[in-house]
Ligand binder design. Structure first.
Ligand code: KIV
Ligand code: ZN
Length: 525
């Protein structure tokens, strides 16, 4: 088996699973598809798409994405229990290449308090699950949860049995981000030395960033012989997150002299993918974040600026171009034609099918009339705003008029199309956003509680586009809604309507699942 495992480091992306599970509100199917397409363009080897047994929405997203994306291995997560493995196998049934990733805890702490099982019992459960998973695919990944805090002999015991049962990838998670690099490298070395059948599986690592060491631990692990690294875009994930894909990949690309390992990551796609994930997941990137932060290539000190002008590499170890940032040669104003917009968007990494040029151009002209000159972030915001709408959206905001008196009392009249029918309501409130939300609330019949409201500017200046992100509790679920407009009251109302559309779509998926389950039961009886 060693010969089959080459020296290339496989990148296993778990943005849509470990990353998504840490968001305040789950993503819609459309948002997951957008992220999945971008991640697949990055050239990852494996994509973990979700946890199919966790909800009908996750099942549906894993099934849809794994059916449509070709190239990377499509993976789903399953606890080591039969119902999870079955759900995962079914969700992946149409994938060109599929993997079931099953896991159980191995550390004394988790075994005693969480599972109330002995190591032997947990290992037997893992073995049974791997054997069941092999009925769906030959590509099985097994993880010993909390491996970082598992005594090495216990870990070797579980890993050896998992490989004998048919696991082809063994993943060693530092679930709580507790390990330090030398220690983590030693775990990999010990596994390689002590587990007799270890060469029958690819060794993988999955590091959390609680001590800020996820990338360092992953690098230490590959030096010790791990050949797959689990990452997320921008390092999003549980608590302090996971190993950041862009950081890990760029270390290997920049320091090939030291590591002598490579990945298949197309670094030109890094910037755009990072922006997209940040935007869709509502997870801003800290300005000083390595590789993709807005300051990562900005030189402030006069000495540095002077140095970079004389020779770029005096203070720059990687170029912005190498991660896909392209300088703009054109001034974008209302005089710019459609072809210039299309050209710039393609330089920014968008493909024609990512947006509708005709309606995008209309929004571009409308915004250019208000702002004069537009920048890349405006263009990207317009594409993003367009991507929030779907042709079959049951709700759309068709009108909004607000009035506020000098005491801050406001009234709003909202026009909403609901399933093709025009509706209108006027309400008052503490300020125009509150009034428009009260008007919207009186049109819909289910109560919608706003759990969080966040306003941010896309770009700089008083005329910047405002983005409103809300999390709303609707029919027992947390739903994320986004609105983008130069007028923040309009952006707020759009975010509300976005929540209504996402909720309506989730309800359709639930109803379809229930209908299918009822049909299966009827056929069985
Ligand atoms: O952090 C962890 O242990 C995990 C496993 C499911 C791999 O995410
Ligand atoms: Zn994890």
């Amino acid at each position: 088996m060693t010969s089959a495992i080459d020296d290339r480091i496989w990148i296993f992306d778990t943005t849509l699973r470990d990353g998504e599970q840490a968001l305040r509100a789950s993503l819609s199917k459309k948002q997951k598809i957008q992220i999945a397409e971008a991640i697949s363009r990055l050239g990852v080897d494996v994509m973990e798409l979700g946890f199919p047994a966790s909800s009908p929405g996750d099942f549906d997203a894993v099934q849809t994405i794994s059916r449509s994306i070709k190239g990377p291995v499509m993976c789903g997560l399953a606890r080591a229990v039969p119902s999870d493995i079955q759900a995962c196998g079914e969700a992946l049934q149409y994938a060109e290449r599929k993997r079931i990733h099953t896991f159980i805890a191995s550390s004394p702490l988790h075994l005693q308090y969480k599972l109330r099982k002995t190591l032997q019992q947990a290992t037997e459960q893992a073995v049974a699950s791997i054997k069941l998973a092999r009925q769906y695919t030959d590509d099985i990944e097994f993880s010993c949860e909390d491996a970082g805090r598992t005594p090495i002999d216990d870990l070797c015991y579980m890993v050896e049995h998992a490989i004998s049962a048919g696991a082809t990838t063994i993943n060693i998670p530092d679930t709580v981000g507790y390990t330090i690099p030398a220690e983590f490298a030693n775990i990999i070395t010990e596994l390689k030395n002590k587990v007799p059948n270890i060469d029958k599986a690819r060794l993988s690592v999955h590091c959390h960033n609680d001590l800020g060491l996820a990338v360092a631990n992953s690098l230490a692990a590959i030096e010790a012989g791990a050949r797959q690294v689990e990452c997320t875009i921008n390092g999003i994930g549980e608590r302090a997150g996971n190993c950041a894909l862009e950081e890990f990949a760029m270390v290997l690309a920049t320091r090939a002299d030291s590591y002598r390992q490579h990945t298949a990551i197309n670094s030109n796609e890094i910037y755009r993918t990072s922006q997209l994930v940040s935007q869709i997941c509502n997870m801003p990137i800290q300005p000083n974040k390595a590789i993709v932060g807005s300051n990562a290539f900005v030189h402030s000190s006069g000495i540095h600026q002077d140095g970079v002008l004389k020779a770029q590499n005096t203070y720059e170890i990687i170029t912005p171009e190498s991660i896909g940032m392209r300088p703009n040669q054109f001034n974008l104003t209302s005089r710019s034609g459609k072809h210039v917009i299309k050209h710039r968007l393609s330089e920014l990494g968008y493909r024609e099918h990512d947006y509708d040029l005709v309606s995008l151009y209309e929004s571009f002209l409308e915004l250019a009339d208000k702002k004069g000159q537009l920048f890349d972030y405006d263009l990207e915001a317009l594409v993003f705003a367009q991507s929030l709408q779907e042709l079959d959206d049951p709700y759309s905001l068709t009108g909004l008029v607000t009035e506020t008196d000098s005491q801050g009392h406001a009234s709003a009249t909202v026009q909403l199309t609901c399933h093709g029918k025009p509706r209108s309501q006027t309400a008052s409130g503490n300020g125009p956003v509150d009034a428009s939300y009260n008007a919207l609330q009186s049109i819909i019949d289910q109560p919608l509680d706003i759990v969080s409201y966040q306003l941010s500017a896309k770009g700089s200046g008083a005329d910047a586009l405002g983005q409103v992100d809300i999390t709303a509790r609707y029919a027992g679920q947390n739903i994320h809604g986004i609105g983008l407009a130069t007028d923040i009251v309009k952006a707020s109302a759009q975010a509300y309507v976005h929540v209504l559309n996402t909720a309506a779509r989730a309800a359709q998926v639930r109803a379809l699942k229930q209908h299918l389950q009822a049909e299966v039961q009827e056929q069985a009886s």
